[in-house]
Design a protein around this ligand. Structure first.
Ligand code: ZN
Length: 217
């Protein structure tokens, strides 16, 4: 997948040099286009001060992608420099914090059941460092680690692979598009703001990487 990103960045840099910043890990305010294989594409609204999204969620639909490993990406990739803080997208309890070869350093937070009765988890991968251990309670916006490129699948590109999992009934559902859960609404990427309360009983996420305070617009 990262080879695709690298190629896409190389091609993009030829036709739109301004977009190259998104490929060097220092971009803000841009959100990659969805794969043509995705049928339920979400219109994404990115704040100008939010670190860019280099790859969207995709699972194979009916357009022939089934069985093709490149048609699966069960989260979004957010790019920034190694060492950038990674923060909890919602309050919860850490249920996993470990290192493995493919996705590197991983943290998983369980957010419990919300007012709808459904449970949610968020997953953070390729971290450079982990700041939390299994069993710890974390608040929204708390630093849980730093961004990195650990694990073979990071392909040496510093980024956060971020997933949202939800249950349906008693069944653990595979990952859902993270853009469904932002506090400001579907597709509306919501920066974490410590002054703003967004917890109203329903599972809502804020961006898992801090937005910069003074946005260059
Ligand atoms: Zn990814």
């Amino acid at each position: 997948m990262n080879r695709i990103l690298t190629i896409a960045c190389a091609v993009t840099s030829l036709v739109a040099p301004f977009a190259l910043s998104a490929c060097t890990g220092d971009g803000y305010g841009t959100s990659a286009i969805y794969s043509q294989l995705v049928e339920d594409e979400i219109r994404v609204v990115m704040p100008a001060n939010a670190p860019s999204i280099s790859q969207q969620f995709r699972v194979a639909g009916n357009r022939g992608g089934r069985g093709n490993p490149t048609s699966f990406h069960e989260g979004i990739d957010i790019i920034a420099r190694v060492g950038t803080p990674v923060i909890a997208a919602a309050p919860g309890r850490v249920v996993d914090s470990f290192m493995e070869p493919m996705y590197g350093n991983r943290v998983v937070i369980d957010h419990g059941a919300d007012a709808t009765g459904r449970r949610a988890r968020t997953v953070y991968m390729h971290l450079d460092s982990r700041r939390v251990q299994s069993g710890m309670q974390v608040s929204r916006g708390q630093e849980i680690g730093t961004m990195g490129r650990t694990g073979v699948l990071a392909a040496a590109i510093s980024h956060l692979h971020f997933e949202v999992h939800r249950t349906r009934g008693t069944r653990i559902v595979t990952a859902q598009d993270p853009h469904l859960f932002w506090a400001d609404g579907v597709g509306r990427v919501t920066c974490f703001d410590p002054e703003r309360a967004v917890d109203d009983g329903v599972f809502r996420t804020t961006y898992p990487v801090p937005c910069r305070e003074n946005a260059a617009r």
